[in-house]
Ligand binder design. Structure first.
Ligand SMILES: CC(C)[C@H](C(=O)O)[C@@H](O)C(=O)O
Ligand code: SF4
Length: 415
């Protein structure tokens, strides 16, 4: 058999050789939920009178959407989930001070070759380390929590090849937006995207996580990076673990493929109101900006804060700027490296470990008529607050440069 990564992972997980289109039952290596959907997952289990867990060590719970609770209802929901976690004695529980679920999954749990399901669409993020990771609804996740199994349709594999090295201000977001601009938001429906990186160190795990995260915006079932030396180093550095790499076989057959020359990419944005309304940042440079958000499970990692700090060093922001590293670990690293100090001196508001403004939840909801530049995942109408707000998605360099000037700005155009 000459399998793709998708086929190899799903063959292992189902105990038989699979092909695209097969409906399979797969063993799950990690099952996860957060506060907002966890509430429903537990409700489904309770209503079915099946409050049991297939393997406590394989369940991950994190509070992020409602962290810290913005209202009484959120505090109540978190209280109920805390009680569940305590009653069932789940060891992998992360309260409001640890981070966004998807960030914690790649920092602490996900491994190449695993099957991961979680009650959140951006579960694809764990594809950054070569896991087949898919978001599911609360009932499917409840079933996986109870049985350790899930059902899947084996997707059609699509290959993306990344060649060369990206320019100074380019990161994973520009690759994700390049794919969205080229193929549009529904093209990859029923497919899994496998990204092969020619030069592993030129495209680190932080960047990969952004692309995998946006896999769901492309409608892909999964977006996995073929694990390589960079994956091994990342897992070793973050957890001290030697990861085993599962990779596609030589000669694996893909439905189609597409090559991106990283050095040709320009800083991109997705203009309102769609993730695939992609333009260069320069094309939108006349647009005045009210608020900038640097953070989320899409782009809240240390390399994002490095870029933002490099741009904002010694400057004062001209648009309100909210900056939220995606976890305690990312915040701590950013603090130790001086990035938090740089951002605070530039006039940014900084906290950590919340989804907050990404989904218009709290900590900086967009008002009517406001223009927001955000490093997060989605820009549809109403996503970050008012239906009359306009959200432009970008990577951290465009976001920070836009905060510095008060207009959408390509970082290469900064004085
Ligand atoms: C609230 C949750 C169900 C949702 C998701 O599934 O993605 C959220 O995280 C988002 O980004 O829109
Ligand atoms: S940060 Fe945004 S995209 Fe990520 S899980 Fe939270 S709401 Fe969803």
């Amino acid at each position: 058999m000459t399998g793709t990564l998708t086929e190899k992972i799903l063959s292992r997980a189902s105990g038989k050789t699979v092909s695209p289109g097969d409906v399979i039952e797969a063993k799950t290596d990690i099952v996860a939920f957060h506060d907002l959907t966890g509430y429903h997952v537990i409700e489904v289990m309770e209503k079915a009178n099946m409050v049991k867990v297939f393997d406590k060590s394989k369940i991950v719970v994190a509070f992020d959407h409602l962290a810290p609770p913005p209202d009484v209802r959120s505090a109540e929901i978190q209280g109920n989930i805390r009680k569940f976690v305590k009653d069932v004695r789940l060891p992998n529980f992360h309260d409001i001070n640890v981070g966004i679920l998807h960030e914690l999954l790649i920092e602490k749990y996900a491994l190449p070759g695993q099957v991961i399901v979680a009650a959140d669409s951006h579960t694809t993020t764990s594809g950054a380390v070569g896991a087949f990771a898919q978001g599911m609804g609360a009932s499917d996740v409840a079933a996986a929590v109870i049985t350790g199994k899930t059902w899947l349709v084996v997707p059609q594999p699509f290959k993306v090849q990344l060649k060369g090295s990206p320019g100074k201000w380019i990161n994973g977001k520009d690759v994700a937006l390049e794919l969205l601009g080229k193929f549009k938001a529904d093209y990859f429906n029923g497919m899994s995207i496998e990204v092969h990186v020619d030069n592993p160190k030129a495209f680190p795990t932080d960047y990969r996580a952004t692309v995998s995260n946006m896999g769901i915006e492309m409608n892909a079932d999964a977006l996995m990076f073929v694990p390589d030396s960079e994956t091994k180093d990342y897992i070793k550095t973050m957890r001290g673990v030697e990861a085993e790499l599962m990779t596609p076989d030589q000669g694996a057959r893909y439905t189609d493929e597409y090559t991106i020359e990283l050095n040709k990419l320009e800083p991109l944005v997705a203009a309102p109101y769609s993730v695939d309304n992609v333009k260069t940042a320069r094309e939108e440079s006349k647009v005045p900006v009210d608020q900038v958000y640097i953070g989320s499970c899409t782009n809240g990692r240390i390399s994002d804060f490095r870029m933002a700090a490099e741009i904002l060093k010694g400057k004062k922001v001209k648009a309100r700027c909210i900056a939220i590293p995606s976890s305690y670990e990312m915040f701590k690293q950013a603090m130790e490296l001086g990035y938090i100090e740089t951002l605070v001196n530039a006039g940014c508001i900084v906290t950590y470990g919340t989804c907050g403004p990404c989904l218009g939840g709290h900590f900086g909801v967009a008002g009517p008529g406001e223009v927001i530049v955000s490093t997060s995942s989605r820009n549809f109408r109403g996503r970050m607050g008012s239906n009359e707000a306009k959200v432009y998605l970008s990577g951290p360099s465009v976001a920070a440069a836009s905060a510095a000037t008060g207009y959408i700005t390509d970082p290469r155009d900064l004085q």
